[in-house]
Design a protein around this ligand. Structure first.
Ligand code: TYM
Length: 338
């Protein structure tokens, strides 16, 4: 049974990109593996935020997690700041890693271009905290979207550096002829991508779908909002409904259609041969509405249960903290901090 960890920043409503790029895999993994899924609120404060909105967003993400089918009986759901050991290990990782590793991370460059007025140290150190989120549970499998791959690579670099500096004891001498197994303190981490690993913005297919405005479809969008957003989504030049490198907008719409309906893209291309964009978009909108309907229904029921979200997050922290404390204690011993 592999240990699985993943998280989402509470920076707005969850969208189809989050679902199709990451959470879809979480649901599949929760029954078979030891999973911890987090609302990474400390990562959420590295970009501009309003306290009241943040509080609300944490709750919204928790509700979305439960509504899409994450089951607290199978997976541990946590709010990152409830397990402060993540930050302690994050500090340790920052202290052993060269600054240059962080300066070249693509998301750091993107974020400082997006918010030039809000360039803070937390933003630069972001991947060290992410590495700590994963490694504090010695997780080996991280289901994420494609945009997170550089962070996973950096997590492995940090783990290797720690292992090299303080990690494994010298291998024990074994009887002649037998191989020596070197057990590393932090295991290597693997990213797990979905088929729809990269869902793009409805307005600009060169950008990934985000939580803002009409760029993305939130899991909680009403049927009319979904129809309007898809109707006004950018398309490519030409009339053919086909995926391909020269058709980024249609590739994206076909990917979404295929993912929500379970119909392969090739089959959709045949189905819409000779048909217009209007008919294609209208059908796509209905497929998305149908896909979201049960999620929204569950969400409404969960919203009515007072104190439920708080209860789930507090019992999640109670199960996760001892595991985090155990790793942190081992780390501190190895480093001479104890
Ligand atoms: P975040 O909050 O940006 O996104 C959460 C997850 O959703 C995926 N995702 C997408 N996938 C496909 N298409 C898209 N348009 C799209 N937009 C978002 C992301 O790849 C991600 O899997 N650094 C992380 C949060 C984090 C984390 C962790 C993840 C903190 N600690 C430890 C895994 C393990 C982030 O900002 O995700």
């Amino acid at each position: 049974m592999s240990k699985v960890f993943s998280g989402i920043r509470p920076s707005g409503l969850l969208h189809l990109g989050n679902y199709l790029g990451a959470i879809k895999n979480w649901i599949a993994l929760q029954a078979k593996h030891d999973c911890i899924f987090a609302i990474v609120d400390y990562h959420g404060i590295t970009t501009p935020f309003e306290p009241d909105e943040l509080r609300q967003n944490i709750r919204e993400v928790a509700l979305d997690y439960l509504a899409v089918g994450l089951d607290p009986k199978h997976a541990t759901l946590i709010q990152q700041s409830h397990v402060p050991e993540h930050v302690e290990l994050g500090w340790i990782f920052q202290s052993i890693s060269p600054v240059s590793w962080f300066e070249r991370v693509p998301t750091y460059k993107e974020k400082i271009a997006q918010h030039p007025e809000y360039v803070n140290l937390g933003l630069l150190a972001y991947p060290a905290l992410m590495a700590a989120d994963i490694l504090i549970y010695k997780s080996t499998l991280v289901p994420v979207g494609e945009d997170q791959l550089p962070h996973i690579e950096l997590t492995n670099d940090i783990a290797k550096r720690f292992n090299h500096m303080f990690g494994s004891p010298p291998p024990l001498p074994l009887p002649k002829g037998e191989g020596r197994v070197r057990v590393e303190f932090f295991p290597p981490v693997k990213a797990l991508l979905t088929e729809g690993a990269r869902i793009m913005s409805l307005k600009d297919p060169r950008k990934k779908m985000s939580k803002t405005g009409d760029e993305g479809i939130a899991l909680s969008d009403t049927p009319d909002e979904v129809r309007r957003k898809i109707k006004t989504a950018t398309t490519d030049s030409g009339r053919e409904i086909k995926a391909g490198d020269d058709k980024p907008a249609l590739t994206n719409l076909l990917t979404i259609y295929s993912e929500v309906s379970g119909t392969p893209i090739k089959k959709l291309e045949t189905q819409y041969k000779g048909k217009g964009y209007a008919e294609f978009k209208a059908d796509l909108a209905e497929a998305v509405v149908e896909f979201l309907e049960p999620i929204q229904k569950r969400r409404k029921e969960l919203e009515k249960k007072r104190g439920y979200v708080e209860e789930i997050l507090s019992s999640g922290a109670a199960s996760a903290r001892p595991l985090a404390q155990k790793t942190l204690l081992e780390v501190k011993k190895k480093m001479g901090l104890i």
